[in-house]
Design a protein around this ligand. Sequence first.
Ligand SMILES: *Cc1c(COP(=O)(O)O)cnc(C)c1O
Length: 223
Amino acid sequence: MDVVSNLKEIQENIKLACEKSNRKIDEITVIGVTKYVTIERAEETIDAGIKNLGENRNEGFIEKHEVIGKKATWHFIGTLQTRKVKDIIEKIDYLHSLDRLSLAKEVNKRSEKPVNCFVQVNVSGEESKHGLAPENVLDFIEEIKNYENIYVVGLMTMAPHIKDREKIKEVFKRLAKLRDQISQKNYSHAPCHYLSMGMSNDYDIAIEEGATHIRIGTKLVGN
Ligand SMILES: *Cc1c(COP(=O)(O)O)cnc(C)c1O
């Protein structure tokens, strides 16, 4: 399917989820996750009107960024190895996977300006998933308050890959609650207004629970 048709269907679902939860459509940023697809397909995504692109590996990101550059807003959504920070940090607009102090240190050192970061949280507690345990997030945010190049715009999570929509909903609810707790503190280095949650199979649930950034690969660009 072409990206335009896929996007139409996604926008219809976004509209329904917004109506159900009394939210405005323009509160939701759709990030087109292009990690599975070619540069041409990523360009098709931009032409369809999706200017926010997400990549999860350095190599894939650098390859696409070289061609597409500033035509897109770039979100790095994958686990970032500390030693590879320097290769990408000046080229990305958002980092969705800030999940440890050593990474924060390296980003702070290598970047010349504040980086918009989402702190990744492992809400579901699955061992296979990256991210801080929910109970450690507040301490982490306190610990990085003197890192002048880290600016925490929000929290990110991945729901477990299961069919039980109630369980998925609980994960998103918990992240939203944590976001509220942090944003209430009015930290100047961590306004933490955003919620990056929801993928191809669960973005409607995520929107109902407050997502501001949904990350869609398969259902938008295919795999
Ligand atoms: C791959 C990926 C996505 C997109 O997944 P789909 O199920 O294909 O929509 C979203 N977020 C992260 C962190 C990913 O790695």
